[in-house]
Design a protein around this ligand. Structure first.
Ligand code: T4K
Length: 391
């Protein structure tokens, strides 16, 4: 790896990139290959590939136990898990969500003819600001989908209070929060239900996949029907439904990845600490912190580029990309500025000042089991040199 000590060492100035292969945010963490191939062989022999097979059922038990929650309903991906949960809860008309989230949160509503109403975030937490949620309630509001962004829990108690006061549903998009806790209770136990994503780029993956966690037996049963076209036994459809089923091979990947989850979290935690130590020396740069008294998965390393920083966020992104460090601007520019929402609700941004500001200053840095301490230090040295000569 090259040493980066001055401007002449930067790839934006013509030097070779620091890394020969791209470093991605969301490079999949892979479990034990032999264990996975053993499961694959058994699935092959059994000729049972999907439709609530034995591996999916075992996976659901393990994920429910991991979160200390009664039911895990596995799905083909997090977006369909959101759609099914939203429908099972009977949400309609208007539902309040943050704009500062992955666009799937908004799409899962719009796709079903429900209006996503964007509320602002608290700039300190990047999560929904309960005060803004209150302001967005209308007679047509039926529910709230709050997000535990970056795995850090939303303002759960305040949101529950608002939901109770106004007779609204409350569920959580916990796509980032696998295994995380709030005041000692694991995600999955809050609101009516919480959804997870196991996409390849999540620190815990099933290739593609997702789930809904809930302690509500009836709700779990409804979602089990809905993910399988509403079938209850052969030839008998008793509910509206779709195809949201997880395959056996995805569940096998999940079980194998669950076996090594502690080492993945430890790698993420080490990288986060290395980034924190190195970045703390840089002016105008703030690394979002995790409350280490809670269970965390540390899967997103989120840096904010403040006004005191001598270069802009996009200059940092450009310099990193030139070095093959594919840092991301998640979730810029905010859902409200994306199609179709910017066309449907062109004035939504007027009540989202914090979303607009935060979206302009975030950089998400690569982490995971393919990164080590030395690589983290090289990534930070690129930013440090860029800042030093600009300041
Ligand atoms: N709610 C929230 C809050 C979410 O963040 C998400 C998903 C959802 C709901 C919906 O859950 P799913 O329906 O996806 O289960 C990624 C993911 O596609 C998405 O799952 C995730 N959030 C979002 C935060 O990130 P992209 O478009 O940034 O990913 P992409 O394809 O650019 O991948 C990032 C990099 O990772 C690639 O440039 C290369 C590397 N990569 C990717 C894949 C797929 C690999 O090395 N191997 C791979 O297999 O959205």
């Amino acid at each position: 790896m090259k040493r980066i000590q001055g401007q002449q060492d930067l790839a934006i100035n013509g030097a070779d990139p620091a890394f020969s292969e791209p470093l991605h945010v969301g490079r999949p963490n892979m479990g034990n290959r032999e264990d996975f191939l053993k499961y694959a062989g058994e699935i092959f022999d059994r000729r049972w590939l999907t439709n609530n097979g034995p591996v999916v059922q075992e996976f659901e038990r393990q994920v429910a136990d991991y979160h200390n929650v009664k039911h895990c309903v596995a799905m083909c991906n997090g977006t369909v898990a959101l759609e099914i949960a939203i429908r099972a809860l009977g949400y309609e008309n208007e539902v309040i969500i943050p704009s500062f989230t992955f666009v799937a949160t908004a799409h899962a509503l719009h796709w079903q003819g429900i209006t996503p109403v964007f509320a602002d975030i608290d700039p300190a937490t990047h999560n929904l600001d309960p005060k803004s949620v209150r302001r967005m309630i209308t007679p047509r509001t039926t529910g709230i989908v709050a997000v535990h962004l970056w795995g850090r829990s939303a303002a759960i108690e305040e949101l529950q209070e608002i939901a109770d006061e106004h007779g609204l549903g409350l569920m959580f998009d916990a796509a980032h929060a696998f295994g995380c806790s709030h005041e000692g209770t694991t995600v999955g136990n809050f609101g009516a239900c919480e959804i997870l994503s196991f996409h390849a780029t999540k620190f815990f993956n099933t290739f593609e996949g997702g789930a809904v966690l809930t302690n509500d037996h009836e709700l779990a049963e409804t979602m089990q029907l809905m993910r399988n076209f509403g079938f209850s036994g052969m030839d008998r459809v008793i509910h509206a439904g779709t195809n949201g089923k997880m395959t056996e091979i995805s569940a096998a990947m999940g079980i194998v990845n669950l076996d090594s989850i502690d080492s993945v979290i430890e790698a993420n935690r080490r990288n986060y600490h290395a980034y924190r130590e190195e970045l703390s020396r840089l002016p105008g740069i703030n690394l979002l912190s995790f409350d280490e008294s809670e269970r965390q998965n540390y899967q997103y390393v989120v840096m904010e580029v403040g006004e005191q920083c001598p270069v802009t966020r996009d200059q940092i992104i450009q310099a990193l990309h030139a070095e093959n460090v594919i840092a991301r601007r998640y979730f810029w520019p905010g859902c409200h500025k994306m199609v179709p929402y910017c066309e449907l609700y062109p004035h939504a941004g007027q009540v989202l000042p914090n979303t607009n500001q935060v979206a302009d200053r975030v950089v998400v840095l690569p982490t995971g089991t393919t990164m080590d301490d030395g690589m983290v230090r090289t990534v930070v040295s690129i930013i440090a040199v860029l800042l030093k000569d600009a300041g």
